[in-house]
Design a protein around this ligand. Structure first.
Ligand code: BGP
Length: 470
């Protein structure tokens, strides 16, 4: 069957993403309080977060390069402890001014600022009070949200609440954000209690956004990737449903409908791990409605029926790799999919499948807030980076996104990871994602000079023709 030509909407947000702690540097200066990222023990051989790629001091140059690529949007995050060094109370005016200037710089270049309110960096002062495990975290987040809406709401129209809440919950240990008090008996309950607080905090922030800024739009930004059944065995189909519920639908069902997914609820009940619910929580959850969905997609997962295996510890190993969850499913390699140099499978068709599934469940427009390839890049002597592998990854994903539009999925934009090279969550700067190369290595050596990769020029062309020629 031949399909009609599919076109991207004329106001499509072509752009890219970053997060505060991974690009900014100046992490312990200029009035900023430390965050959980500054107090975590860095995996050995990874670059220093106090400098990162120095976006804090070079944002004008960076935004100019994004403008040169033709960006229509730039998704970045605000560091909570840069604007509120203790997470609450006293404000750091210099921090507030930094984001104000960054937003103005985007607008000057006709780039829509898309602001993530929380991206893996809890203020250390709040960590010391129990982080998301403390019920007060709901109010801390709402107060922080209010400050952001009041300060930037005149210029920021697109807001994202919590980046990858599902990964904070499933792999907080890998990302360096997990805080479980010593001696906790039921760790699953503690983690899902924290998750519940985040969900309520998010719901209240979405409601507040709509009250204070009637023209603004707000959304969650989970990492969604569908799980395939490894075979046609019916038990494998059940395992895939379990994986999808626990990894994906819990978060979107809560954000959109304010309801706990039944498979997750019964799974938690079986482990005596149901979160404590405070009166009014379900009301807040039901009242809050996102205007769109921010979605991070890297690759799918494939699972089969769970079977206990001796000496085999089941867990999610990183955002995109899992070995399974006890009694629910086992992760397996998918022999149809190649892997990146860092072991993540590559599945562009899974991107289309994921987009179809999300849209048919929630019927809300989708903004891609992350997608991309982490790879070792080489800077040649003449200052070039020939990253054809990255171009290939992005091209095949954009092609599938286009096909998803043809399937009737409403898409708002594409903001892959990442605008510029930055420090990865746990694998240093050697795992590069950017269109812009930064001369910096994991020994924290390098001039920090910026270079345009081949993908920079390719993406510039894609944006210029609105995705017609890839
Ligand atoms: C997502 C995070 C990002 C980012 C990306 C790549 O999970 O939202 O912060 O880093 O994954 O992951 P990594 O840095 O582990 O390669």
């Amino acid at each position: 069957m031949t399909k009609k030509t599919i076109e991207f909407p004329s106001n499509f947000f072509w752009g890219a993403s970053s997060s505060a702690y991974q690009v900014e540097g100046a992490s312990l200066t200029n009035g900023k309080g430390p965050s959980s990222q500054d107090t975590k023990v860095l995996p050995e051989g990874t670059a220093d977060l106090t400098v990162s790629v120095d976006h804090y001091h070079r944002y004008k140059e960076d935004i100019a390069l994004m403008a040169e690529m033709g960006f229509k949007s730039y998704r970045f995050s605000i560091s909570w402890s840069r604007v509120l060094p203790n997470g609450k109370g006293e404000v750091n005016q210099e921090g507030l001014d930094f984001y104000s200037n960054l937003i103005d710089e985007c607008i000057k270049h006709n780039i829509e600022p898309i602001v993530t309110m929380f991206h893996f960096d809890m203020p250390a002062a709040l960590d010391n009070l129990g982080s998301w495990g403390n019920r007060d975290s709901v109010q801390w987040f709402v107060d922080y949200a209010k400050l952001l809406f009041e300060t930037y709401g005149d210029r920021v129209k697109y807001w994202l609440t919590i980046n990858e809440q599902n990964m904070l919950t499933l792999v907080g240990n890998v990302i360096g954000t997990l805080r479980v008090p010593e001696g906790t008996e039921n760790v699953t309950k503690e983690i899902y209690q924290q998750n519940h607080h985040m969900l309520v905090a998010q719901a209240k922030a979405m409601e507040l956004c709509h009250q204070l800024l009637p023209d603004a739009k707000i959304a969650p930004a989970p990492n969604i990737a569908i799980a395939y059944a490894a075979s046609k065995k019916p038990e494998d189909a059940l395992a895939a449903q379990n994986a999808n519920a626990i990894r994906n639908w819990l978060y979107l069902d809560m954000a959109v409908y304010g309801k706990y997914n039944n498979l997750v609820w019964t799974w938690l009940a079986d482990q005596d791990a149901l979160p404590d619910i405070v009166e009014g929580d379900f009301e807040s959850l039901a009242n809050a409605k996102p205007d769109f969905l921010g979605i991070n997609y890297y690759n799918t997962l494939t699972v089969r029926e769970y079977e206990a295996q001796d000496g085999y510890e089941v867990e999610f190993k990183s955002q995109q790799e899992n070995s399974g969850l006890e009694n629910m499913f086992l992760g397996v390699d998918n022999e149809f999919l190649p892997k990146t140099e860092f072991g993540w499978e590559i599945d562009p068709i899974g991107f289309r499948a994921t987009l179809r599934e999300i849209y048919s469940r929630y019927h809300l427009p989708i903004l891609i807030t992350e997608n991309g390839l982490g790879a070792y890049d080489e800077l040649t002597e003449d200052g070039k980076i020939h990253d054809d592998y990255r171009i290939n990854y992005l091209r095949t994903h954009i092609e599938q996104m286009k096909l998803a539009i043809g399937d009737g999925v409403e898409m708002l934009g594409y903001n892959p990871w990442s605008a510029i090279d930055l420090i990865s969550t746990h694998e240093g700067i050697r795992k590069r994602y950017g269109f812009i190369y930064v001369d910096r290595d994991d020994e924290s050596v390098g001039s920090l000079q910026r270079y345009r990769k081949d993908s920079f020029f390719w993406y510039q062309g894609v944006i210029a023709n609105n995705g017609q020629d890839l």
